[in-house]
Design a protein around this ligand. Structure first.
Ligand SMILES: [Fe+2]
Length: 203
């Protein structure tokens, strides 16, 4: 019998998704973002300062992922969990990114809560897709993407993307934020409006 370990074949991984707890049991990586680490993400600086003054210091979002295989052909599997909340009229959101290897795609599956996947290309296309439990969104290569929690509870998604993809977070900051903002409506819903600070994406 051939020993596949000698052939460089990675062991399979079984993961347990505990969406309500925001956990991916069996994962091997985690990062967290606290409000204090998100200065400049939201347009309303006074609202951000007021929220920070009363902040508990708990993470506002986190990612747990499994990346035991590396290199071409490998996938990273993880969950992204966003607490509910707003800064001014903008809902809590992830920083967002374009994959460093921009041709790399990603699939997101809604696990818990109500969210929006905000998607933009560098040449001006913009889309906002609602994500609920059971919704799958395929993010093709070339799309800047961000998760936004528009609900009143936690918003969590499962994601799968190529291990070689990497992330360029700075492209959004250099552009003055994403082109579109996901904001609260007076009727309790959400809508999309233009971000007046957006100056276009540059390489
Ligand atoms: Fe991504």
């Amino acid at each position: 019998m051939i020993d596949t370990h000698d052939a460089g074949i990675t062991d399979p991984v079984a993961l347990e998704i505990r969406a309500a707890e925001g956990r991916l049991v069996g994962s091997n990586g985690r990062y967290e973002k606290r409000l204090s680490e998100l200065a400049g993400l939201y347009r309303d600086e006074r609202a951000f300062a007021a929220s920070l003054a009363g902040d508990s210091g708990d993470p506002v979002y986190w990612v747990e992922s499994s990346d035991t295989q590396r290199g071409d052909g490998a996938l990273i599997t993880g969950i992204s969990v966003l607490e509910p909340g707003r800064i001014g009229d903008e809902f809590f959101m992830t920083r967002g990114h374009l994959h460093a290897r921009s041709e790399c795609a990603e699939t997101y599956v809604g696990l818990e809560g109500e969210g929006v996947m905000l998607l933009e290309t560098v040449d001006g296309r913009s889309e906002a897709h609602p994500v609920r439990p059971g919704t799958a969104v395929y993010v093709p290569g070339g799309w800047v993407h961000r998760s936004v929690n528009v609900g009143t509870g936690r918003f969590s998604t499962l994601f799968v993307y190529p291990a070689v993809a990497g992330q360029d977070y700075d492209i959004i900051a250099r552009a003055g934020g994403m082109r579109s903002l996901v904001v609260a409506d007076v009727d309790g819903g959400w809508s999309v409006r233009d971000n007046p600070d957006h100056v276009g994406y540059r390489a």
